[in-house]
Design a protein around this ligand. Structure first.
Ligand code: ATP
Length: 145
């Protein structure tokens, strides 16, 4: 992919349920997506649906630079349960001066670390889904939105 295109594209790290859905939805919305996951099977699984899927370890700055991560304007770290990998991958993108880094957090403490190292946006998908379902169940989704 030419480097000018990369500026408009979104780099998605981690193809779990959250990252995979995010990557697919962004693509359906017309955005160029480059997805990275270190799991070979997941990469194979998603390669039919997402145009650019790369098998790599996102905690390695050398590897991420080789992939051209520094050319992206926006990136999402969709690693949750492995907090160390989440923090390291977020740090690598920040060190590579990606201007807009979104990171997924599982717990408040995890989120606080991501904020402290400089993540621009920290999202809590599980917490947000719980709130949304509670509002849906009580018919108060309009108030919530
Ligand atoms: P979800 O709830 O979205 O399914 P999760 O919160 O359980 O995911 P993890 O399983 O920790 O999150 O990670 C999501 C994805 O990130 C996995 O597919 C995993 O292979 C990938 N991943 C984890 N560490 C790395 C890494 N260092 N480099 C690239 N991908 C990674």
């Amino acid at each position: 992919m030419a480097s000018r295109n990369r500026e408009d594209a979104v780099l998605v790290i981690g193809l779990g349920r959250f990252g995979g859905t995010l990557a697919q939805t962004l693509q359906e919305l017309g955005h160029r997506v480059v997805a990275v996951d270190r799991n070979h099977d997941l990469v194979q699984q998603w390669s039919g649906q997402i145009t650019h899927v790369i098998e790599a370890d996102a905690t390695s700055e050398v590897v991420m630079r080789q992939l051209g991560a520094h050319e992206f304007r926006r990136a999402v770290v969709a690693i949750g349960t492995e907090i160390e990998a989440s923090v390291l991958a977020t740090g690598v993108l920040l060190d590579l001066a990606v201007p807009e880094v979104w990171s997924k957090a599982i717990t408040r403490e995890h989120g606080r670390i991501l904020e402290r190292i400089g993540a621009n946006h920290v999202v809590y998908p599980e917490r947000d889904a719980g709130e949304r379902v509670a509002h849906l169940m009580t018919g108060r989704l309009i108030d919530f939105l």
